[in-house]
Design a protein around this ligand. Sequence first.
Ligand code: CU
Length: 301
Amino acid sequence: MHLFKDLTRLSAKMATGLGGVALSLAVSGQAMAQTVIDGLPVRGAPHPEGIALQPASTSLADEAHWIDHMVLIIIGIITAFVCALLLWVILRYNRRVNQTPARFTHNSPLEVAWTILPIFILIFIGSFTVPALFRQQIMPQADVTIKITGYQWYWGYEYPDHGVEFSSYLLQPDELEAHGYDQSFNLLAVDEPMVVPVGRNVVIQVTGADVIHSWTIPAFSVKQDAVPGRLAQAWFNVEEPGIYFGQCSELCGQGHAYMPIEIRAVSEEDYIAWLQSHGATNLAAAPGYTEAATQLASASN
Ligand SMILES: [Cu+2]
């Protein structure tokens, strides 16, 4: 998906030409200072005064960002055009300047044009957004499957291939330091993050146990409602090792703000070691297990 990265950069550059607002929108996503926790850089987190998207960490997010920038340019052009028209009408056709107004009410060519042109604009936008939606909604072959359940007010994670199951709770402000976080991670850091291997297709199955929650990681462009009685799927493939944060994004009750999501994307070896530390069965089903086992064997020889 390097094409999308390049296009994202290109469109971000074009967006900067639109003015100060676009400039700050395009650059603020990259301005985050990188914190490292347990040897993993924090790549997906909100930061003070940030107003744009978090840096994209999956091919889906690259694509979504590109579309976002592209639509921003179209919006910019349309807004400028409408403002110019308004200004022209205000200055040229006010009562003082234009004392005998024309009395016609229709202009067929103009009416046809302003009906057809927006249709073409929508078709143009749709030719990017519809394929992107399909790429998000058609599940690839899963290397890792994780079942995620939203509860009032925490998340439950299950790795059905390995019999690993745990709940993930918000860390209270006085617990942050003991877990290696500073206070800026309040309302983001959890006691048990979800762990995935980098560069592998992770398919998540999301449901809710009580009310509707929404499992969201902005840096992945993944947002999936967790609806009781339904099992929805979403997927992502994290490009770089790091820590990524998200928050429940469906108002679910008084504890809605206190059920964040933390993901650690690690190497396959670290993923297998993590599975092992959580009493996983059937380790051989983990992606990269054969390579890791071979490496271990050759290291011990
Ligand atoms: Cu919730």
